[in-house]
Design a protein around this ligand. Structure first.
Ligand SMILES: [Zn+2]
Length: 256
């Protein structure tokens, strides 16, 4: 008997194999298969596990960049510095609580002053709703325009637009930021993007889908910039429009 034959007969190879450590599952219910076996009247049924939707949401969020840059931002660690910010936090918490239940309250708008933590609040809402299995998509306005620009064919553009139309909750950060200087209602290279933008917002308006925006302009200014887009956002944001004011700016302008 050769040495190799001896080893095989003794089964040393099998016995010395290192046992893999007990696997850690993200979901104990389905062991990450996405399926659960349900026993009903003595019959086994396969059912989609609820974690599947959550995992898809996490993947969608990760793809958008929010998980990396803002994964630690929550409503719980937002620290209000004045009454407006405290009020904004209250409304944000309420929004999470009743999300998807009322058409008139399906949007949330964080307007005005930079430095008030508008993005933090928007992401905080998004993260809270992901925990409630809502499919969230977050995008900065700048990246949204880029996505429109990168679509060379009408078919590609349609796909991009659909992606943002269909999200259960869409967060657009810093809406209209890059177009402010060009904005006179005149024809400019961004006008076709604004058309795509309208398709996204109008679809969401018609299909009762929640949209959160942050914007450095006031609500009035937003409506002046684009009545169609602004009007649809405002109409379904009742009670959820926060206009942050910059006390220092007031001071500089009014000298008080
Ligand atoms: Zn599961």
């Amino acid at each position: 008997m050769t040495a190799m034959e001896q080893i095989m007969q003794d089964g040393i190879g099998a016995n010395t194999r290192i046992k893999s450590p007990a696997k850690q599952y993200q979901c104990e219910k389905c062991h990450d298969t996405g399926w659960m076996t349900i026993l009903e009247d003595g019959h086994e049924f396969a059912r989609r596990c609820e974690c599947r939707k959550r995992r898809k949401a996490e993947e969608a969020l990760k793809a958008s960049g929010i998980a990396i840059a803002f994964q630690d931002k929550s409503l719980g660690n937002y620290r209000p510095k004045n009454a407006t910010q405290a009020d904004a936090l209250n409304r944000a918490e309420k929004y999470v609580e009743i999300f998807g239940q009322y058409r008139m309250h399906m949007n949330f708008m964080l307007m005005g002053q930079n430095g008030a933590g508008k993005t933090h609040l928007a992401i905080g809402i998004a993260n809270a709703l992901i925990k409630k299995n809502v499919l969230v998509r977050y995008v900065t306005f700048y990246d949204l325009l880029d996505a429109f620009s990168n679509a060379k064919k009408e078919r590609d553009l349609k796909k991009v637009v659909q992606q943002y139309q269909k999200a259960e909750l869409l967060v657009i950060d810093d809406i209209f930021r890059t177009t402010i200087r060009e904005w006179n209602g005149k024809k400019n290279p961004l006008m076709s993007h604004i058309d795509s933008m309208f398709r996204v917002i109008n679809y969401r308006y018609e299909n009762i889908k929640g949209t959160i925006i942050t914007c450095e302009k006031t609500t009035e200014e937003l409506l002046k910039m684009d009545q169609a887009i602004g009007g649809r956002l405002v109409e379904c944001a009742r009670g959820n429009i926060i206009d942050f004011k910059d006390p220092m700016l007031d001071h500089r302008i009014h000298g008080q």
